[in-house]
Write a protein that binds this ligand. Structure first.
Ligand code: NAD
Ligand code: TYD
Length: 362
């Protein structure tokens, strides 16, 4: 039997992690084994993996990435070839309200993962077992904020994080870089722009607006609505990660972006337009669906004005480029939320209500 390559995915029950696992198991089938380590915080949802949870080559382990003993046990039990490290606290607004958990998970958790992987992979002579790699999934927010009138983030753009979230991610990136320099540790870092697609928790702009619009609730746009994000369809991101694992030069960083800059207000209007096109004429949810739902609310503290990635290096060196046009991706995403009402009802019951009331007064 062919040797299975084992991927240890952290945070695989979250938005991007679950899309990545589904993509990989679909692409490679039984040629790979996936071990998903996730603490199942508010953002983790094992339901996302329902289609694969009974497969023999998939294993879920509930564990916190800051728990040395639990993470050590995973490496002792599994012959891990590749770590794909998604697990993190990921929401800027939550980081503004409560920064400490971001430092714990994003910085200490990354240190725990790096140490455990190094202990498992480093040989006595200081070199590493062949074929091993640690892929650290990060964000373009580490580079700070761009002016409205131009410029892009490149791999050598100086780090200038401005929110507790991006500061914690920048710290974790620097730790990974330090491990590659100090210990010759085989790692890549990917810094990606904003993702959208199925299974995204409705605290983030796109699923929050879809959910509110379907419920006839106000659509809270921060500040003047002209902040710009560079949106990438999540499956394109999953594909990029797979390609960097396969082709990335150890120690290198690759920026991943959609070449798809949009102002927030454009996104919100597009969602309303598509919902009006897609909902049947007699659907009661059409009643309140108009731009009148848009409500400008107080701006986010320290709100980064614009993000934009130039994904030139990954195109040149790895051969990856974004495939899903925004018009197609956003329609697919909106349809997915339509077809998965139970998923949305489930994640928005309980603690979500409390979060929403605390965060938004509209
Ligand atoms: P998410 O919030 O949807 O999922 C995070 C997952 O990590 C959840 O399943 C959660 O249960 C798990 N987790 C949190 N703390 C944990 C802990 N201490 N131990 C174990 N598991 C824990 O996040 P996402 O949007 O899927 O983002 C995944 C990664 O990609 C993050 O590292 C994020 O910084 C990065 N990223 C996200 C985006 C984006 O647009 N969402 C863009 C670029 C990079
Ligand atoms: P978000 O999805 O939280 O991602 P990030 O802050 O990591 O880029 O927000 C995307 C943009 O949308 C950001 O400029 C903030 C804005 N936003 C709103 O205007 N209203 C909202 O309710 C949310 C959640 C975000």
């Amino acid at each position: 039997m062919k040797q299975q390559k084992t991927y240890l995915v952290t945070g695989g029950a979250g938005f991007i992690g679950s899309n990545f696992i589904l993509y990989m198991l679909e692409k490679y089938g039984d040629d790979i084994r996936v071990v998903n380590v996730d603490a199942l915080t508010y953002a983790g949802n094992p339901e996302n993996l329902r289609d694969v949870e009974t497969k023999e080559n998939y294993r879920f382990i509930r564990a916190d990435i800051t728990d040395h003993a639990a993470i050590g046990a995973v490496f002792a039990e599994e012959s891990v070839d590749i770590v794909v490290h998604f697990a993190a606290e990921s929401h800027v607004d939550r980081s503004i309200a409560d920064p400490e958990v971001f430092v714990r998970t994003n910085v200490l958790g990354t240190a725990t993962m790096l140490n455990a992987a190094r202990a498992a992979w480093e040989k006595e002579d200081g070199t590493y077992l062949p074929g091993r790699k640690f892929l650290h999934v990060s964000t373009d927010e580490v580079y700070g904020s761009l002016p409205e009138d131009g410029g892009y983030f490149y791999e050598d753009t100086p780090y200038a994080p401005r929110s507790p979230y991006s500061a914690s991610k920048a710290s974790s990136d620097l730790l990974v870089k330090a491990y590659t320099e100090t210990y010759g540790f085989p790692a890549n870092i990917t810094n990606c722009s904003n993702n959208y697609g199925p299974y995204q928790f409705p605290e983030k702009l796109i699923p929050l607006m879809i959910h509110n619009a379907l419920e006839g609730k106000k659509l809270p746009v921060y500040g003047d609505g002209k902040n710009v994000r560079d949106w990438l369809y999540v499956v394109d991101h999953a594909k990029a990660i797979d390609m960097v694992i396969e082709k990335g030069v150890p120690g290198e960083t690759y920026n991943i972006g959609g070449h798809n800059e949009k102002q927030n207000i454009e996104i919100v209007k597009t969602i309303i337009d598509i919902l009006r096109e897609e909902l049947p004429e007699d659907d009661a949810r059409r009643a309140h669906l108009s731009y009148d739902l848009i409500t400008y609310v107080e701006d986010r503290k320290g709100h980064d004005r614009r993000y934009a990635i130039a994904p030139d290096k990954i195109k040149r060196e790895i051969g990856w480029e974004p495939e899903t046009m925004f018009a197609e991706g956003i329609r697919k995403t909106i349809r997915w939320y339509f077809e998965h009402e139970a998923w949305m009802d489930n994640v928005t019951s309980g603690a979500y209500q409390e979060y929403y009331e605390k965060m938004y007064s509209v």
